[in-house]
Design a protein around this ligand. Structure first.
Ligand code: MG
Ligand code: MG
Length: 256
């Protein structure tokens, strides 16, 4: 069931979205060679606490892993696609990319956003991977208009990514968001005739999150039961924003 939000609820979701956006901006500013993924976690935890919010991922039960996620952030380096666990031992090095995914609960509403940050200077191909994935998200956001269908978003992402010669990670999808972190509908990044394809209506809020691999997009899960990596070891990018369908068009909640 898709839960549509009132304009007042969307204002609250904007507040949680802005907090997530500020956290990611602060982390982007601190990423450099020598920083560990746990340094990012520590900063995020402090900012979330200061804002009087709760980290949404920490303690979140993941059925596929049969356990709770242990941190506030997912930090996934290079071929790790999503759901990497912050660690003091994971030192970022020149040429790496780190995906940072952050979720918060503030005043009863969730915010969820992710970005991919280059560490120092990265290869030309990696730069292109990041740019194309980010652009694919922007194209999907443009489709968040009353009357369009969910598959219009998926189509926009898939066309842009595959047109550039990259591939879509299909095992993970975006989602509705609101009083729950994950609500209906599922938001696939490729056109999938097997999932419901509702019309977009005012008040729908979606977390749109293309995940893209430079090579083969098939993934496997590491022994920690959370971290998803590309099987072929190719780099992956991930960008995510929460977006509301409003009478005035798409409203981006997590961009600062
Ligand atoms: Mg996320
Ligand atoms: Mg999400």
């Amino acid at each position: 069931m898709i839960v549509r939000k009132s304009p007042m609820e969307i204002e609250r979701m904007y507040a949680s979205g802005q907090l997530v956006g500020r956290v990611l901006a602060a982390l982007r500013a601190m990423v450099r060679p020598g920083v560990t993924t746990m340094d990012l976690e520590d900063r995020a935890v402090a900012m979330i606490r200061e804002a009087g919010a709760t980290a949404a991922f920490k303690g979140y039960y993941v059925p596929a892993a049969r356990k709770k996620f242990p941190a506030a952030l997912c930090t996934s380096v290079n071929h790790e696609v999503v759901h990497g666990i912050p660690s003091r031992k994971r030192v970022l090095r020149e040429g790496d990319i780190v995906k940072v995914d952050c979720g918060v609960l503030l005043d009863g509403y969730y915010g969820d956003s992710a970005t991919t940050i280059p560490v120092g200077s990265v290869s030309r191909e990696t730069e292109l991977l990041l740019r194309i994935t980010c652009e694919a998200l922007d194209l999907a956001i443009e489709q968040m208009v009353e009357g369009r269908r969910l598959s219009d978003l998926s189509h926009a992402v898939q066309g842009h990514v595959e047109g550039a010669g990259f591939s879509i990670v299909k095992e993970f999808v975006g989602h509705g968001i609101g009083r729950q972190l994950h609500e209906d509908p599922q938001v696939p990044n490729h056109v999938d005739p097997k999932v419901p394809n509702p019309r977009l209506r005012e008040g729908m809020v979606l977390a749109i999150e293309p995940m893209v691999a430079a090579g083969d997009a098939r993934t496997r899960i590491l022994r920690d039961r959370f971290t998803a990596v590309t099987r072929d070891g190719s780099n992956a990018a991930h960008f995510e924003h929460c977006v509301a369908v409003t009478a005035n068009g798409p409203r981006l909640l997590t961009a600062v």
